[in-house]
Design a protein around this ligand. Structure first.
Ligand code: PEP
Ligand code: MN
Length: 241
């Protein structure tokens, strides 16, 4: 069956205009309409790079204009929602903020589409209720994103991809569901097969971390795929959309 599959791609984060521009141009060449890159990073350690923050947002807006590409950005505070919520194309809620109901309510007051990532230990009901917090404020343009849940062998994989979330969400809700195989596995060699499995299982799209040179990634380089791998995933998706 043919259907429209949303592919959102980009680096986890970026350190300069040049780096992001180069990635975005490669994506654009491949027909990708949505660039995702983090400016405000929710890092486990406060010692890790936190993103270029406001300066990063300026770079994202510049590239959006220059390349005519939509931008998907994680916002982590109410203040950021007020400042950028109406200016970006999709607001991402990260896994660590799924339970931040005050933030969700504020995002619900915007008209901007939202990607709501599942918290890494959330039940389906908790995830759906988080979406409800956004919806109650008037914004029902919500895409759910499964990004892996906690597992008992984190030395081998970062999280574990819950593919069952796809049929569950499809069967029980009206929301589209996309899969983030990058954070789910934490391993770049797993991203291609998990992307294909997700699309085969009925996912409406993918959110993938891609870099022209994954080794240079400032964040999450172990799960970031190169452009050759990304091309193989796109080729597979073409059979579906
Ligand atoms: C991200 O998308 O870069 C990210 C930090 O994801 P998550 O919130 O799923 O960990
Ligand atoms: Mn990341």
């Amino acid at each position: 069956m043919k259907k429209e599959i949303l592919v959102i791609a980009g680096p986890c984060t970026f350190g300069s205009y040049e780096e992001l521009y180069k990635i975005a141009s490669e994506l654009k060449k491949r027909g990708i309409t949505h660039l995702r890159a983090g400016a405000f990073k929710m890092r486990t350690s406060p010692d890790s790079f936190q993103g270029l923050r406001e300066e990063g947002m300026e770079i994202l807006f510049r590239i959006k204009e220059e390349l005519n590409i939509k931008i998907v950005v994680e916002l982590t505070s109410i203040e950021q929602v007020h400042k950028y919520g109406d200016k970006i194309d999709i607001i991402q809620v990260g896994t660590r903020n799924m339970y931040n109901y005050e933030l969700l309510k504020e995002i619900g007051k915007t008209k901007t589409p939202v990607i709501l990532k599942r918290a890494f230990s959330a039940t389906y009901q908790e995830w759906i209720m988080a979406a409800e917090y956004i919806k109650r404020e008037g914004n029902s343009n919500i895409i759910l994103c499964e990004r892996g849940i906690r597992n008992f062998m984190s030395d081998e994989t970062r999280n574990i991809l819950d593919l069952q979330a796809i049929p569950y969400i499809k069967h029980n809700t009206e929301y589209p569901i996309i899969i983030d195989p990058s954070h789910a596995s934490g391993r770049s060699y797993m991203v291609e097969s998990m992307s294909k499995a997700s699309i085969s299982a009925g996912a409406d799209g993918l959110l993938i971390e891609v870099h022209y040179n994954p080794e240079e990634s400032l964040c999450d380089k172990n799960q970031t795929i190169d452009l050759e791998t990304f091309d193989r995933i796109l080729e597979f998706i073409r059979k579906y959309d």
